[in-house]
Ligand binder design. Structure first.
Ligand code: IFM
Length: 778
């Protein structure tokens, strides 16, 4: 239903996602897939005129609020600035009525602009051509620009447009805001203040309009309206046939959470700033603001630009789409914020951060923009506060990271109740917040990955070591001694495969906990020997001497499930004993989770059915620990039992297929990953795009097809391009310098842009690159 083959006005291809026919059914999908954002805020792309079933969302990163004791903290849906009520000859304009021609709604990924255009025939002889444009500025993070152009093709018409700031919105009914002051300055500058009910974050939102007819400014006094949670103006005028009305709207959004106000906040000062910024933006107008925004995006593409020459042009579009959304959702401006599992594109997962960031998204930033990777890890450092409280509340020591995280000090924010249980009719309990614990070692792993790839010693000294030590302290306290077996176990957990709850010894969890403790021991020894002052600091803070003794006594006794006689590693203690059923009817369905039409979670838990990559994740993260034979045997065993009902799954399976040299399978899985949001499934993205999957798409290309890995602190490159790819080129940061990598079926070219020599393994051979080198691709 979406068209991916459109070109930009200058003929550039691979940049546009287009809806070519208006459909009420696809409202939510287009709102999410075409969402705009700049990391500070995210705006769902609902149409200006309102429709039943729409979700108008504006989220400002980090502004979490808890509406009610029985709910968890979430990103509140701020006042809407996009809605316009348009009347033509007194009748409400809607695409549900009249005749619509030449319709298109397009997201231009290159300039990050949403453009909607169509010709509308009223049914009573009037015809108008509409064009709506919109962007969320990457140049000035607080600004949103909108533009409406209406040309009268057959008239005359009486047109009125009511537009303003509408806080009569909620998060599916939960109202996160106290009503605040509203005001209109000089009949032009609208202001609405709202304050979150529990976290007491003030929002000041300003908006203004500029009207032109046939390019000339019109001095038309609007009708003004202030109502409950709403401030608006309405412009009414007569237009002759051939005339064009243009309405520029600019909105400014500030909150007391903004970093500039940390420790120095006053509402009057923020109001004054909003008004000031708004007035300047109003003067500038849409085109000027947009050209600065487009220039900021041009820099993004220059920095992250990836080239794919493929027989299938969708491949490049799919990767660009992933990078576009990663930029739109990432709070590069503020280390107190993380990335939501749906970015800023929908209410799904409430804006919370999961392991999705560290394991699926962080690699993109580590290798493409290490500064942002560092900021994301600093967010986890600040989250140590919540992680320490969670450990204490659960009777453990150290730092136990929340499965779902919001504001750093919030601690655990996973909701307790979820979807319907089709057998009992009750809500299913969500156990992840209690027992999905691998997030703690995933974060330690991410710190290690970042450090080994960047060599950022300052980060480690200030933040990284502390995370690794205190997470290891947690794991040591979490281990349970099994007297009969003479080993330490981790029981009663959910592993990555969330269809298996309350399992003992999930292999991923056990191996990663072991990794975490072993890493802490290694860094303990390194610091003790080489950095006695730093060591003393952490020893004092975390009582490392004692911790080390405990780690040492437990590490080798941690149970690490081993391959059985068929080389299969049991995913947990009971997985391999469970019933096997034919999963064909549930694979790659229109809606994920179709298995729950027939079974409830308890029943699924008793069968060999995996929601997502589990042991495969382990092979990807700790790849040196397992032989190729073991990996392949397990891949074949578990792939057929994996429904890929989580969007985190396909990319990992694709990367492993690349590692095995199965190019066809790797490409097929990559393609399916690119289709999670962009593909034909109408409802897959209703609640927002899939952030981890987008990181995973980049991983499929760079870590899968190009075979990029950090192994034992060394950079590896072992490309296996899909058969129909002629070229894959991308930038890659390694130890502080930018490399340009270009791969064809015949050659691998590596250029170190700073001219510093770099050593790396190419197809397993250690190579020294002085500034540029070309190697044969095998
Ligand atoms: O973190 C994931 C999890 O692995 C599967 N369920 C959805 C979460 C958020 O994306």
């Amino acid at each position: 239903m979406l068209n991916y083959n459109k070109t930009l006005p200058d003929g550039a291809s691979g940049w546009v996602v287009t809806e070519e026919r208006f459909s009420n059914l696809a409202l939510a999908k287009c709102e999410a897939v075409m969402a705009l954002g700049n990391g500070y805020m995210g705006l769902r792309s609902a149409a200006e005129e309102s429709y039943v079933g729409e979700k108008r969302n504006l989220f400002v990163n980090g502004t979490f609020n808890r509406f009610d004791e029985l709910e968890v903290s979430e990103l509140p849906n701020a006042a809407d600035v996009t809605r316009m009520d348009i009347r033509i000859d007194g009748k409400c304009f809607s695409l549900d009525q009249g005749e619509v021609k030449a319709y298109s709604r397009s997201l231009n990924l290159r300039e990050a602009e949403l453009v909607r255009t169509f010709i509308w025939n009223s049914g009573d002889g009037k015809e108008l051509e509409f064009t709506f444009r919109r962007f969320v500025s990457l140049d000035q993070l607080h600004l949103i620009g909108l533009k409406l152009e209406v040309k009268v093709l057959r008239g005359p018409v009486h047109l009125s447009v009511a537009s303003g700031i509408d806080a009569q919105v909620s998060n599916s009914g939960s109202q996160h805001f106290h009503e605040g002051e509203k005001r209109i300055y000089d009949k032009t500058f609208l202001e609405l203040i709202q304050t979150t009910t529990e976290s007491k974050v003030d929002f000041v939102i300003g908006a203004s309009h500029k009207l032109k007819v046939d390019g000339g400014t019109v001095d038309l006094a609007p009708a003004m309206e202030i109502d409950r949670r709403k401030v608006a103006v309405a412009y009414s005028l007569n237009l002759e046939e051939g005339q064009t009305l243009t309405l520029d709207k600019v909105a400014a959004v500030y909150t007391s959470r903004d970093k500039q106000f940390a420790g120095n906040y006053s509402l009057p000062a923020m109001r004054a700033e909003v008004l000031d910024v708004l007035k300047t933006a109003h003067e500038s107008g849409y085109e000027t603001l947009f050209s600065k925004h487009a220039a900021a995006w041009a820099k993004v593409w220059e920095n992250y630009g990836i080239t794919i020459e493929s027989g299938n042009p969708f491949d490049l579009l799919g990767v660009r789409f992933a990078l576009y959304h990663l930029v739109a959702m990432t709070p590069a401006h503020d280390n107190r914020m993380g990335i939501g599992a749906k970015g800023l594109s929908g209410e799904g997962y409430k804006g919370h951060s999961f392991w999705d960031t560290e394991i699926f998204i962080l690699p993109f930033y580590i290798y493409s923009n290490p500064q942002i990777a560092r900021s994301l890890l600093e967010y986890r450092y600040l989250g140590l506060e919540g992680a320490r409280s969670k450990a204490k509340e659960n009777g453990y020591a150290g730092a136990m990271y929340p499965w779902e995280a919001a504001w750093p000090s919030d601690g655990e924010v996973t909701p307790v109740w979820g979807a319907v249980d089709i057998v009992t009719g009750e809500q299913t309990k969500i156990w992840s917040g209690f027992i999905e614990q691998h997030i703690t070692s995933d974060i330690a792993y991410a710190v290690w990955h970042y450090f080994r790839a960047t060599g950022d010693v300052d980060f480690m000294e200030d933040y990284g070591y502390e995370i690794i030590f205190d997470t290891a302290v947690f794991w040591a306290s979490r281990l349970e001694w099994n007297e009969a077996q003479g080993r330490y176990e981790i029981n009663e957990v959910v592993g990555p495969d969330e269809y298996k709850e309350h399992v003992d010894n999930n292999a991923f969890t056990n191996y990663m906990a072991h990794f975490n403790i072993e890493l802490a021991m290694q860094y303990y020894k390194e610091l003790e020997q080489n950095q006695p002052e730093l060591f003393a600091r952490y020893n004092k803070l975390l009582n490392l001497h004692e911790a080390y003794g405990i780690w040492e006594s437990k590490l080798d006794l941690i149970y690490l499930p081993q391959p059985n006689e068929r080389l299969i590693i049991p995913q947990d203690d009971t997985y391999l004993q469970k019933e096997i059923i034919d999963l064909t009817p549930y694979k790659d369905q229109e809606k994920v989770g179709s298995i729950f039409n027939d079974y409830n979670l308890d029943q699924v838990g008793n069968m060999q059915i995996s929601k997502q990559a589990d042991i495969m994740m382990l092979f990807f993260l700790l790849e040196n620990k397992f032989s190729p034979e073991v990996k392949r045997a397990n891949y074949d065993y578990y792939e057929e039992k994996t429904l890929h009902d989580s969007s985190l799954s396909l990319s990992t399976h694709s990367i492993l297929a690349s590692d095995f040299g199965d190019k066809t399978l790797a490409y097929r899985l990559f393609q399916r990953a690119t289709e999670i949001d962009l593909g034909p499934k109408v409802h897959s993205s209703d609640a927002g795009i899939h952030a981890a999957s987008l990181g995973g798409i980049w991983e499929c290309a760079v870590m899968g097809f190009a075979g990029v890995r950090m192994l034992d602190g060394q950079l590896h490159l072992a490309p296996k391009l899909p058969e129909h790819w002629d070229k894959l080129a991308f930038p890659l940061y390694w130890q502080g310098q930018r490399l340009e990598i270009s791969i064809t079926p015949q050659e691998i070219s590596i250029c170190s842009t700073a001219g510093q020599p770099v050593s790396l393994f190419v197809h397993g051979q250690l190579q020294e690159v002085q500034s540029t080198a070309i190697f044969a691709n095998l």
